[in-house]
Design a protein around this ligand. Structure first.
Ligand SMILES: Nc1ncnc2c1ncn2[C@@H]1O[C@H](COP(=O)(O)OP(=O)(O)O)[C@@H](O)[C@H]1O
Ligand SMILES: [Mg+2]
Length: 225
């Protein structure tokens, strides 16, 4: 089942001679249980691609479907709701809230949407990611690798269809980077998510099912590596 689908998606900035075609006509489908890597040099369009896929900005042309829902051509309000329900984001700096404990990082969204805290689900997830014993600690007490695990737990807590990670290991040493990507790969398989990870680190792509290369706004699948 296709959880992410981009159909002829492009994005440009500016006009006339100043126009930058950051993303050229892009087609991509990611199935449930598939872990996809996107690599490419700085300025090649990776973040533009990921923010459009995640509905943080809209394409100039084309359509994005997330879990079958049209995502790019709906109102900002509808898109925000879909984004919340269907997408988990993991960013380079884990973006944890400094004054919340690990367990409360997960519950922040419960507060925002006034939904019930699911303690069982939270604890199971924290155990799965090896951070259960840290649940009452604050981000400043955690190592970089532990923070990224919390960020992964937070992204998974709402059971989104899609996980989007932009350079999730950029601040980690090699061993910790491997551990974090291994967790992402495992959770993607186990929970049948569609996961896209943008990375500049070629060593991490062994964990991925498919690798795409972004160059000058053009996305190409790398076959047989
Ligand atoms: N909001 C924006 N306004 C103008 N140009 C942009 C904007 N966002 C990205 N770009 C340009 O689009 C190109 C791709 O950028 P980006 O997607 O951030 O690349 P990457 O993430 O691969 O480093 C770059 O030339 C960048 O300067
Ligand atoms: Mg970027």
């Amino acid at each position: 089942m296709k959880l992410i689908e981009l159909i002829d998606v492009s994005r440009s900035f500016g006009e006339g001679e100043l126009r930058i075609d950051a993303l050229k006509s892009t087609n991509l489908a990611v199935e449930a249980g598939e872990f996809v890597a996107i690599i490419g040099p700085s300025g090649s369009g990776k973040s533009t691609f990921l923010t459009i896929t995640g509905g943080l900005q809209t394409p100039s042309e084309g359509r994005v479907l997330i879990n079958g829902n049209p995502f790019s051509d709906v109102s900002e309000k509808k898109r925000a709701k879909l984004r919340f329900e269907e997408i988990g984001f993991i960013l380079q700096a884990s973006n944890l809230v400094p004054f919340l404990t690990v367990q409360d990082q997960l519950h922040l969204a419960n507060k925002v949407e006034r939904s019930k805290v699911d303690k069982q689900k939270r604890d199971d997830l924290l155990k799965e990611l090896g951070i259960f014993e840290l649940k009452n600690k604050f981000p400043s007490d955690l190592s970089g690798g532990q923070r990224q695990r919390v960020a992964i737990a937070r992204a998974l807590y709402h059971d989104p269809a899609v996980i989007l990670a932009d350079e999730p290991t950029a601040s980690l040493d090699t061993q910790k980077a491997f551990e974090v990507v291994e967790i992402l790969a495992r959770e993607t398989k186990m929970k049948k998510k569609a996961t896209i990870m943008v990375t500049h680190d070629e060593r991490l792509i062994d964990y991925c099912d498919k690798v795409y290369v972004m160059k000058d706004g053009i996305l190409t699948e790398r076959v047989g590596s």
